[in-house]
Ligand binder design. Structure first.
Ligand code: ATP
Ligand code: MG
Length: 229
């Protein structure tokens, strides 16, 4: 398990807004091995979400490259990026982005249906995943009727449902109590053990960060390797 899954080199991101520009990432180098569990910590505004968006091809770097299994993801056409996101990548957004018109179950099943699975199979698999995140009693609720932590767990279930090779998770335990956060950690560990899934977890939860294989610290748009925090 030493092959590099995701590599980025010299990543810069500058946001331009009229005459105002703000350099957020200032040369990020990072390598994630297959099956690795990596935490990224750092103060608010240091650029963690910005980095995760570039790693998931949700936004483009101003300079630098991101490689997934040796291929430059920002050189792919939109439909190839979309297929990759659907089939290989799980993305847990900091602010969930659940579809408000759909139930928890439908939100979780969506990536499976997009990938072509039958409704019956997708429903069964999504129910199982919602059970694993402790939401078996909430499958038919729409997001507006769920608590913040429940929405977060639906978003986690949705990101993991397609058995991705890589999960990019932005504050997956941000709204959770210690017990729920521990069960999310156990879920990441079990998927990692079952499927060899690699995780890049952005978090302010130092208890979670220290349980992962490696911790990187983001300081002012630059990553600094750290053993623990
Ligand atoms: N679309 C944007 N346009 C302009 N500036 C942006 C944009 N998105 C983010 N920024 C700025 O980039 C900086 C880094 O934001 P980012 O969301 O990456 O921080 P973060 O490390 O994830 O913080 P937090 O821990 O609070 O989530 C912030 O100062 C933010 O204002
Ligand atoms: Mg953030």
């Amino acid at each position: 398990m030493s092959e590099e899954l995701l590599v980025c080199k010299g990543l810069f991101k500058t946001y331009e807004d009229g005459s105002f520009s703000s350099q957020v990432l200032k040369g990020v180098d990072l390598s994630v091995k297959q099956g690795e569990l990596l935490a990224i910590v750092g103060s608010s505004g240091s650029g963690k979400s910005t980095l995760l968006h570039l790693l998931g091809a949700l936004d483009k770097p101003s300079q630098g490259d991101v490689y997934y299994q040796g291929q430059n993801i920002h050189h792919w056409k939109d439909n190839k990026q979309a297929k990759w996101r659907n089939q290989q990548l799980g993305f847990i957004y900091q602010f969930h982005h659940l579809l408000s018109e759909f139930s928890a179950l439908e939100n979780v099943a969506m990536p499976l249906l997009i990938a072509g699975m039958s409704i019956k199979e997708a429903t069964q698999k999504s129910q199982d995943m919602l059970h694993r995140v402790g939401l078996e009693a909430r499958v038919n609720y729409r997001p507006a009727k769920l608590s913040g932590g429940e929405r977060q767990r639906v978003a986690i279930a949705r990101a993991l449902i397609n058995d991705p090779q890589l999960v990019l998770a932005d504050e997956p335990t941000g709204n959770l109590d210690a017990l729920s956060a521990e069960s999310v950690y156990q879920l990441l560990r079990s998927l990692n053990a079952e499927l060899g899934t690699a995780f890049v977890v952005v978090t302010h939860d130092l208890a979670l960060a220290n349980k992962l294989d490696r911790v990187e610290l983001m300081v002012n748009g630059i990553l600094q390797g750290k053993r623990d925090v």
